[in-house]
Design a protein around this ligand. Structure first.
Ligand code: NAD
Length: 289
């Protein structure tokens, strides 16, 4: 019994020592963030918020012009640099992290936000649609997270990885099987990476937005017109339409998603990992009556 008690004490002393080694959450003003898809919509709003909180931000996007424009809005090289990256390319993702390290010395906050939406009914979804959607969202965020984890572990300062997933990661609706399946993939990446990286002080969380029409390239690029046709409304009324189906009766804007990223990475949620925060004004919690 004495032996067992001694072992128990030693075990807990060891566990406590491990906990003491875990890095504390750092203020955003000391952090470097890499945000994918930051040239537009939600990613752009996240980049703006992080810079406003004092972080340095790598504005990473497939669209070089948009990335440069957003980095310009954020004041240029002091706090923001633009990097052109296709997240489906392993070599380009590695190069983006190298560019970040050269610009700001490393990365300790990564937001997997880049995305497209191929939203079609099952029988119209081609293999190419399926592959492209999964290449960008599932493979792309895997590549970005793997590189993030590599850099964060080498730095030994912990870090945050945030996935901008979707309400569709959890709830099923018609006509977007490829998009929603890949969002569910991202949601499970959050849990899997949280499990694997937690002991290195790296937290992995998700944000699940819904109905962010204003500023969204995804909505402007055809999804909005298709949804408006489905609901029998004008496309310009889509934001208001989405708002009235929420519990809060409010439209969700890109900055509301950015607020959640701030809460997870710069606020007090220091002991939260593997979790998804809905930013949908209550759609995920709503029921029809
Ligand atoms: P958006 O089109 O405005 O922004 C997406 C950005 O990703 C664009 O700048 C685009 O150039 C970039 N991108 C696309 N493919 C890329 C690639 N291969 N490599 C690098 N960058 C690439 O769209 P958004 O509405 O701001 O969406 C951002 C994220 O939020 C997406 O992942 C989307 O699925 C998710 N989301 C959006 C909503 C919404 O209502 N808008 C809801 C749930 C989830």
């Amino acid at each position: 019994i004495e032996e067992a008690e001694k072992f128990r004490i030693e075990y807990w002393e060891l566990e406590e020592a491990k906990l003491r080694r875990l890095p504390k959450a750092k203020p955003l003003a000391t952090r470097v963030a890499l945000v994918t898809g930051a040239g537009s919509g939600i990613g752009r709003a996240i980049a703006h918020r992080l810079v406003a909180e004092g972080a340095c931000v790598v504005v990473a996007d497939l669209d070089a012009e948009r990335a440069a424009a957003v980095a310009g809005e954020l004041g240029g090289s002091d706090q923001a640099v633009a990097v052109t990256v296709d997240v489906t390319s392993e070599a380009q993702v590695v190069a983006a992290f190298t560019a970040a390290a050269l610009a700001f010395g490393g990365v300790d906050l990564v937001v997997n936000n880049a995305g497209i939406s191929i939203s079609k009914p099952l029988l119209e979804t081609t293999v190419r649609d399926w592959d492209l959607q999964h290449d960008i969202m599932a493979r792309g965020s895997f590549l970005v997270s793997r590189e993030a984890a590599r850099m964060m572990r080498a730095q030994q300062l912990g870090g945050d990885i945030v996935y901008i997933a979707s309400k569709n990661a959890v709830f099923a609706g018609p006509d977007n099987v490829a998009y929603s399946a890949t969002k569910a993939d991202q949601a499970h990446q959050v849990r899997l990476l949280a499990a694997e990286l937690g002991e290195h002080g790296i937290r992995v969380n998700g944000v699940n937005p819904d109905g962010v029409v204003r500023g969204s390239g995804i909505f402007a690029g055809g999804w909005g017109a298709q949804r408006a046709a489905t609901y029998g409304i004008e496309e310009e009324n889509l934001g208001a339409f989405y708002a009235q189906r929420t519990l809060l009766k409010r439209e969700v804007l890109p900055e509301h998603v950015a607020n959640a990223v701030f809460a997870l990475t710069g606020g007090d949620l220091t002991h939260t990992t593997g979790l998804h925060i809905p930013v949908d004004a209550g759609v995920a919690g709503a029921f029809l009556r």
